[in-house]
Design a protein around this ligand. Structure first.
Ligand code: BEZ
Length: 230
């Protein structure tokens, strides 16, 4: 690659662009890495920075919950794989966990560019050479390699790993049960019957459905019927 032109922005429903890259677990072809599972790809502005260090420790701790749901984690930071290797030792020491998922080495920011992860708006968010930092992006990608969620956080604000897992649960549960999830939903809470299902069919599928308004129909969905049941 080597381009600095911005590619067309990715949207929910776009196919995740493929790439090959060096990672802390060796060279990967991203589509092969996705395989037939789910992937959470998340970027970091820079190695050996404080907020990123706390985030990677938290992802390492929560990785078993993602694994149970068939989700692989993969990070990206705009430094070399060798630099990541030294940083991971610090992350493990500080967090008391073992970081096992790969981190992509994207020193020339070409993967960050192809995923629209560079900060083009905030002129203060640049590295010591004045180059735009990668922002804290999260892409949740499904087994069809479709992007299902995009989150963007500023460099100053660490993400919430529990929220990323909650979104995975909402997406996987919605794919299975024809439901959507309301504000602040967590597995075990009532869910919303998908608006595309007519009442007659909905009453058969969800006998405990409650119609609050014609467009707002709740039903219980026990935690053991969600993706969090694993
Ligand atoms: C951090 O991870 O702490 C950080 C990285 C880049 C800019 C600002 C903060």
């Amino acid at each position: 690659m080597g381009s600095t032109e911005r590619p067309a922005p990715l949207r929910l429903g776009s196919v995740a662009p493929n790439f090959t890259a060096d990672t802390t677990a060796g060279r990967i072809d991203f589509h092969e890495f996705i395989g037939d599972g789910w992937v959470v790809l998340f970027s970091h502005p820079e190695d050996y920075t404080p907020v990123c260090t706390t985030e990677l420790g938290a992802f390492a701790k929560l990785e078993p919950e993602f694994t149970k749901r068939g989700v692989k984690l993969i990070g990206l930071s705009a430094n070399t794989v060798e630099s990541h290797g030294g940083w991971i030792k610090d992350i493990n020491e500080i967090s008391g966990s073992q970081l096992r998922f790969p981190i992509i080495g994207d020193k020339d920011r070409q993967i960050a560019l192809s995923y629209d992860m560079l900060d083009h708006q905030d002129a203060t968010n640049v590295d010591s050479k004045g180059i735009a930092f990668t922002i804290r992006s999260v892409f949740i990608i499904d087994p069809k390699k479709t992007i299902r969620t995009i989150l963007s956080y500023p460099a100053s604000t660490g993400r919430n790993t529990a929220e990323v897992l909650r979104i995975v649960d909402s997406l996987q549960t919605g794919d299975k049960h024809r439901i959507t999830t309301p504000i602040n939903w967590i597995p075990g809470d009532d869910v919303i019957v998908h608006p595309s299902i007519k009442n007659a069919e909905a009453e058969k599928l969800f006998p405990k459905m409650q119609i609050v308004k014609p467009y707002l129909r709740f039903t219980p969905l026990p935690k053991d019927e969600t993706s969090a049941a694993v």
